[in-house]
Design a binder for this molecule. Structure first.
Ligand SMILES: Cc1cc2nc3c(=O)[nH]c(=O)nc-3n(C[C@H](O)[C@H](O)[C@H](O)COP(=O)(O)OP(=O)(O)OC[C@H]3O[C@@H](n4cnc5c(N)ncnc54)[C@H](O)[C@@H]3O)c2cc1C
Length: 380
């Protein structure tokens, strides 16, 4: 067993770190305040190959492994979790799903522009009454011979207004339950597709989260991913990979807050010495560093298992469960270490604290991760 990163991994980590520091850091506070999507930065991320990291170069991707993706996600998330959620959705949910399960025509038409970052995608499973219980789909895709007629509402969709391509889960055969769900590729300009209201959020405020409405949208049969009724299985498989991305996002939020807290602990003086020399603060830093290391190992283990063709469902859920809890804990402590300065925007840690919360909610809440993990343990 080797704990060292390869030369290539280190290079990618550095490229992501430089990009985050040089391009994302300036303006991140303003974008958060104004709920402004980092459009220019996302375009640059596409050009640098960060939006289709694991996709085969023949489909416009960077052809890298999942460990590289974890490392890049951590660096980007240290600075701007709004940019990293766009990266995570596009890489793990949209590109990976299309590459693994799409037809050659779908890959040519949709994966190429998505993986090369010319356009971005969205993954549409959640509905007003279907979140954790994703089998309760009310959106319908009625079979009309050569096309499906799509009707319904999706909620909380990341990249809701900025995506060009949407992977939409919908119920075709109600009697068949979750085996009657299909995943359809929908294009933004299709008639009857309406982007609804933008959510005003606690964190990741630079990302655009919208509800979407489909009113008699005609989706050609060739836009279905996989066999008839494969949609729910597709969503679960794709979300399993997505959890590695969100776990890495949580890891990055935690390590970003830790680095700021460490720096501040060496600068700020009280009672004649740096606050880091007070044991109460030093011990907080010790806990943060230990938990972040553990979270990173879980993320890299899940990524390694994925790259080696092993079942990583439990490893991904464990990484997400743990890293998201570390993100919450670390960011709260980072604010505490900054004292009053931690409570204002200029010092970044309050934003990281607000951003951390979502990692315990989306792509399966922490409670749902515990269901995934415990089912696997009890099956063993
Ligand atoms: C900013 C943001 C972006 C998002 N982006 C996307 C996206 O791009 N695409 C998409 O499809 N969805 C997206 N989501 C939706 C997200 O995945 C759901 O919000 C999440 O899965 C939880 O569903 P819910 O909100 O309906 O909560 P509910 O399922 O109603 O859960 C409410 C509470 O009950 C708990 N709970 C539910 N069932 C159980 C159970 N069986 N046992 C124990 N506890 C349980 C939950 O853990 C939670 O604490 C996003 C959400 C947000 C807020």
């Amino acid at each position: 067993m080797k704990f060292e990163l390869t030369e290539e991994h280190l290079m990618i980590q550095k490229a992501a770190r430089d990009f985050a520091q040089n391009e994302l850091l300036p303006g991140v506070i303003e974008r958060d305040n104004e709920q402004r999507f980092p459009a220019e930065q996302i375009k640059q991320m596409g050009e640098l190959g960060f939006l289709g990291m694991m996709v085969d170069p023949k489909y416009g991707g960077s052809g890298l492994d999942t460990i590289s993706y974890v490392l890049a996600m951590e660096e980007i998330s240290k600075v701007d979790a709004s940019a990293s959620v766009v990266m995570s959705v596009n890489n793990s949910l949209v590109c990976w799903g299309l590459e693994k399960f799409g037809t050659e025509e779908q890959k040519e038409k949709y994966l190429k522009p998505l993986a090369s970052g010319q356009i971005i995608g969205a993954f549409c499973l959640s509905e007003p009454e279907a979140g954790s219980d994703a089998t309760s789909q009310k959106t319908t895709a009625i079979d009309k011979g050569d096309h499906y007629l799509l009707n319904g509402t999706k909620n909380w969709i990341t990249n809701g207004s900025t995506a060009s391509v949407y992977l939409v889960m919908a119920q075709t055969d109600v009697e068949a339950g979750h085996k009657g769900i299909n995943c359809l590729i929908v294009e933004k300009d299709q008639e009857g597709f309406v982007v609804g209201k933008k959510e005003d959020k606690l964190g990741i405020r630079g990302s655009d989260t919208h509800s979407l409405m489909f009113q008699d949208v005609k989706v050609p049969k060739e836009n279905r991913i996989g066999e008839e009724g494969f949609g729910f299985k597709f969503a679960m498989k794709v979300l399993s990979g997505g959890r590695v991305g969100i776990a890495s996002q949580a890891l990055g939020i935690a390590s970003g807050a830790y680095e700021l807290a460490l720096k501040y602990s060496k600068e700020r003086k009280t009672f004649g010495k740096e606050i880091g020399k007070h044991q109460a603060i030093a011990f907080k830093l010790a806990d943060m560093a230990t938990e972040i290391d553990a979270a990173r190992l879980l993320c890299i283990k899940a990524a390694w298992m994925k790259d080696n063709g092993q079942n990583f469902d439990r490893a991904g859920a464990q990484a997400k469960l743990f890293a998201s809890s570390v993100a919450m804990k670390t960011t709260v402590e980072a604010v505490q270490i900054h004292g009053g300065y931690g409570f204002v925007k200029e010092y970044h840690v309050e934003r990281l604290m607000r951003d951390a919360k979502i990692t315990q909610i989306y792509e399966g809440t922490s409670e749902i991760q515990k269901i995934v993990i415990s089912r696997d343990i009890l099956r063993d």
